[in-house]
Structures are given as structure tokens and as C-alpha cells.
Design a protein around this ligand. Structure first.
Ligand SMILES: [Fe+2]
Ligand SMILES: [Fe+2]
Length: 395
């Protein structure tokens, strides 16, 4: 029997089966070797009557959807198959939490499986990293009365005997930093923490912005595509300190130059509406048109609806007064990514890891000095950004 979505009702402990029912919750976004190792050890050591992976509901950002449950379930199936657990009797993937359409507390999941398996001993499986946060969990009394915590030791987290009662699994279990794994996937890399079958399933389903990267690769010159990836790399590194969700940072950075290699006539057509000083810009500094054209194309061709992502693309070349965190992050990452060989970019990049605001101001300064030294026309938005930053500084 293959692991499968558990039906809404009717799943029971197998007749005559002995052993506990194990519940293993998590985002599984994506499932990695650490998840599989923990599950394999629990299956081996406890011989449960049933084992449920319970992928959590994931809160969507405005218009940026997380990887949907059916895709995460497919990735879990690929991970289990890769570990030789694909046909394991009693192993299921439950849609219970994903079906609720909201964040579900562990005690609620335990209550669900308590109804499904009346009388069976329930075990809630987790790594010792999760146990560290147990004091903040809702209804710990209910949880401990109705289930037993089953904990695997993960590097960097001790199994403390001072907190909640639990049973420890024998062995030590690798942990993968899911944020780092997702960042690598957004950049089209193949992180070693994922099994080959999971990577193939991700690629087949074009998850983690795979579709966007494929379209961009076709639309851009190889050098521009590389610049795009390097901008996204820096944006992802700086996103946590900027308070920007990583998927938004990756999407904006990947798409920021999506119109850059179109003929100018096409760029001019795309930025026909709402572009400030359009006629002068097209005449005096046509290179800037790709930013407004890029925002229009991101919406039209790539289906982006998030106004913050579109705004960030729109002003990435000129800057503008009042830029939000994502727009500032993109402006900085475009200017200072590792593909920029000039000295000022290297200095701004180094500064960005210490003080992003200072790095942002420095990027604006260097860009303006460069434009002035060339004797060219300066877009009023760039001057407006400069002035707004001086006002903030003196105020
Ligand atoms: Fe650009
Ligand atoms: Fe760029």
C-alpha cells in the first residue's frame, strides 16, 4: 500500500494491529532528509500500527501562495519512496491540518486522531528543536493527557529532562534549515538535504519559482539571467534582516529585469500607462524604461498580482521617495550583488550585512554620482529619493 492522503473519515487502526499511532506534523516545505530520518527511526523503533505525516496549513502572503498541500504530499511520497518507506504498511499522509484553512494547534490534531483511533496510544513525533518551544504550545495539559511526545535528538538542541515528559528515540537525527533549503530552490540549485526523487518532483512540478526561472532563461541573455540569479541570491540573504518574506524577495529579484532584453519599442509600449516623465525618459535615458516595462510584463506574462512586488520592480532602476522594504531590498540587491565587480558595489555589499539602511543610502549616492559624472539627464524620482533620504537623516 502506498502512503496516501487519509480520507476524512473512516481511517482506523488496522484490525489486530498493535503498537501506537504516530503523528508527525510539520510544514514539509519541502520534506528533507532530516524529516525522513526521524520518521524511519520512529517506524523502526516503535513499529506503530499507523504513522501519519500531517503537513501543516501554510498561511499565504497576499498573492503569493505557499506550495499547496497536494504538491507537498507528492514531495513527501517521493521522499518516502527514496528512503524505501514508500510501500510501508500503515504510513499515510493526512490532509487534516491543510483542510482546516487556518493554523491548527497540535492539541487539535491530537483530538482529531484520538477520534479516529479511539483507545490507541498516540505519539506526537518531533525533533528536539521543536521540543525547545513546547512551553509556548496551546493546551499542553490536553496534549500530554492524550498523547506522548516522541522526540529525536537534533544537533544544536539538547533533550532537556526539565520540560515536558517525553520519550526519546535512540540515535541522533540530521536537521536541515528549511529556510536555506527553500532559498537554494528559489535560485534553481539542488540542495543536498533533499533526496534526488524529491528534487525531480520539484522540477517536474515547477515548484519554488521553477516556472518563472524557465521563462526568464528563455527571455534573457545568459549574462542577464546570471545577473538576475545573483540579485536574487543577495536579496534572499538580506531578506530576513529587511523583514521581507523570502518568496517575495526571490520573486521580485528574479523578475526585476524581465523586460530588459526586449526591443526598446516593445518596452516603450509596455510602459505606456502611468510612467512618470515617460516621454523625456524614453528620449534622455531609455535604459530606465525596462523597469516600468518589467512591472507590466511581470503582471501580464508572469501573473504577478502582489502590488509590493510590482512596485519594487517598477522603481528598481531609479529609486523613488517612500520606497517600502521590498523595493529597498531589490534596489540594493540589484546594485550590490556579487556579479558587480566594481569597488563601490563590493563596499555597499559588505555594508548591507551590517546596516541595510546605510547601504541603501550609499547605493543611491553611488548611482547618482555615476549618472552626474556622465553628464546625463537624471530621473526626478532618483533625485526625489536622494532628497527624501537627506530629510530623514537631518530629521
Ligand atoms: Fe534593471
Ligand atoms: Fe538588474
Amino acid at each position: 500500500m502506498c502512503p496516501r492522503r487519509c480520507p476524512a473519515k473512516g481511517a482506523k487502526t488496522m484490525p489486530g494491529a498493535e503498537g501506537p499511532v504516530i503523528i508527525y506534523g510539520g510544514s514539509f516545505d519541502p520534506p528533507h532528509r532530516g524529516h525522513v530520518a526521524l520518521a524511519a527511526a520512529a517506524l523502526r523503533q516503535l513499529r506503530p500500527a499507523a504513522f501519519y505525516f500531517v503537513p501543516a496549513f501554510r498561511t499565504p502572503f497576499k498573492d503569493l501562495g505557499p506550495v499547496p498541500f497536494p504538491d507537498r504530499a507528492a514531495l513527501l511520497r517521493a521522499a518516502l519512496a527514496g528512503a524505501g518507506l514508500g510501500g510501508r504498511r500503515g504510513v499515510k499522509i493526512s490532509s487534516f491540518e491543510a483542510d482546516q484553512g487556518r493554523v491548527v494547534y497540535t492539541w487539535e490534531t491530537v483530538a482529531h486522531f484520538r477520534k479516529l483511533h479511539p483507545g490507541a496510544p498516540l505519539r506526537v513525533l518531533m525533533g528536539s528543536d521543536c521540543l525547545a518551544g513546547f512551553s509556548g504550545w496551546r493546551r499542553p495539559d490536553y496534549l500530554l493527557k492524550n498523547s506522548e511526545l516522541l522526540v529525536g535528538l537534533r544537533p544544536g538542541y539538547s533533550i532537556s529532562r526539565g520540560g515536558a515528559p517525553f520519550r526519546a528515540l535512540a540515535g541522533r537525527f540530521p536537521e536541515a534549515d528549511s529556510t536555506a533549503v527553500r532559498a537554494a530552490l528559489f535560485l534553481g540549485r539542488r540542495p543536498a538535504q533533499l533526496q534526488p526523487g524529491v528534487l525531480e518532483a520539484i522540477e517536474r512540478r515547477s515548484l519554488y519559482l521553477g516556472l518563472e526561472r524557465r521563462l526568464l532563461k528563455r527571455a534573457l541573455t545568459p549574462a542577464r539571467y546570471r545577473h538576475t540569479l545573483l540579485s536574487a541570491e543577495l536579496a534572499l540573504e538580506l531578506a530576513p534582516a529587511a523583514g521581507v518574506p523570502q518568496q517575495k524577495a526571490a520573486l521580485a529579484a528574479l523578475l526585476h529585469d524581465c523586460a530588459r532584453d526586449l526591443p526598446l519599442s516593445e518596452q516603450a509600449r509596455l510602459c505606456r500607462r502611468g510612467t512618470p516623465r515617460r516621454a523625456e525618459m524614453l528620449r534622455e535615458a531609455p535604459v530606465l524604461a525596462h523597469a516600468w516595462a518589467g512591472a507590466a510584463l511581470a503582471e501580464k506574462k508572469y501573473g504577478v498580482k502582489d502590488p509590493e512586488v510590482l512596485d519594487a520592480i517598477r522603481v528598481h532602476a531609479t529609486g523613488a521617495p517612500g520606497m517600502g522594504p521590498l523595493a529597498r531590498l531589490l534596489y540594493l540587491s540589484d546594485f550590490a550583488n556579487r556579479g558587480r565587480g566594481f569597488r563601490e558595489a563590493r563596499l555597499v555589499r559588505r555594508l548591507a550585512f551590517l546596516d541595510q539602511d546605510a547601504a541603501f543610502r550609499a547605493a543611491n549616492y553611488v548611482k547618482l554620482v555615476y549618472t552626474f559624472s556622465g553628464g546625463g539627464w537624471v530621473h526626478p524620482l532618483s533625485v526625489g529619493l536622494w532628497n527624501s533620504l537627506q530629510e530623514k537623516k537631518s530629521g
